[in-house]
Design a protein. Structure first.
Lengths: 186, 186
């Protein structure tokens, strides 16, 4: 699975988004470490080890992990899959991380668009984000632009290193029923 | 840790709530299996094995798992702990299961009160439920009575075996700051 953005206009900027392989890990782990150590956007343990990060980030089927690559350099990564097991498995979720050096170039937007297409293509009913830090306004704006709305906000649920306790949004994007309205994933 | 309800009026009905030990598992596993196979209240895999259930239900520190016992018989069980790692770990969560035979007697309410006291006593800022099935009106009513409010509802996020797709509530109970308003758990 890969998407070459150049020329299509769909996946800006000009990056390739493709399935993660273990060869990518030496470039993916520093991005994860950077994001979790900053501790301002993810409810992950900032002291997470590489092994713990691998287990959390690299999805097993039916989930998927991808990388956004430009000239062999990993700029960002995303994981996607069912949000909950059993009777909740028809709703998808996804997470995105972009290297600090590559921010502001639309890599996160491209990864989110990719994840939405991935989930729609597999018949999920929608995509839910469980814990979007409300002070992460760039991410919230991207998600809203792509069709997510804030379902609710848990007040003070995130301890931000500079801002103190800020809220965590639950966000949801319901998909248009594509043909069979009761279609189930897989 | 144990609470004897008789005479206190705080933990009705007259059940003892105490920390789970592995000796309880032969009575706890049938309750979990019954609840997940009914598939009408939990987003757990209905085909979950005993080993998977043990890993999910029996919390490691700082979390805790308890049982509600009457005359040596386990009527229900609860687990509690931080809702998220890292910058989200000051908010608690909990889950409750009551044997079908023991429902309507206040066991779930007693377990929820116990979990709230447990979390308050450890300095958590509040308790969040991430996925309360909206058709589970008895549970929603108990939670609201005990101080939870619905933060938001993800439409159709739960595939109910009889009702079809129903919503999942996110519920939250913010605790009064007990002394130091910036106190952290543990």
């Amino acid at each position: 699975m890969s998407v070459v953005a150049a020329g299509t206009g769909d996946y800006r900027p000009c990056v390739q988004i493709r399935t993660f392989t273990d060869d990518d890990w030496p470039q993916v782990w520093p991005i994860i470490r950077q994001v979790v150590q900053a501790a301002d956007t993810f409810t992950y343990d900032p002291a997470m080890t590489a092994e713990e990060a691998y287990d959390i980030w690299v999805e097993k089927p039916p989930g998927s992990t991808v990388v956004a690559v430009e000239d062999g350099r990993v700029l960002g990564t995303a994981k996607m899959g069912p949000n909950r097991p059993g009777p909740g498995s028809h709703v998808s979720t996804a997470s995105f991380m972009v290297s600090a050096e590559a921010r502001g170039r639309g890599v996160g937007t491209a990864l989110c668009r990719f994840a939405l297409d991935w989930a729609r293509g597999r018949g999920y009913a929608g995509m839910q984000f469980n814990a979007v830090v409300e002070s992460n306004k760039a991410a919230v704006a991207v998600y809203q632009k792509l069709g997510f709305r804030v379902i609710g906000t848990v007040p003070g649920a995130f301890a931000h290193p500079e801002l103190g306790r800020v809220g965590l949004h639950i966000m949801y994007h319901e998909f248009e029923p594509a043909g069979a309205p009761e279609s189930h994933p897989r």
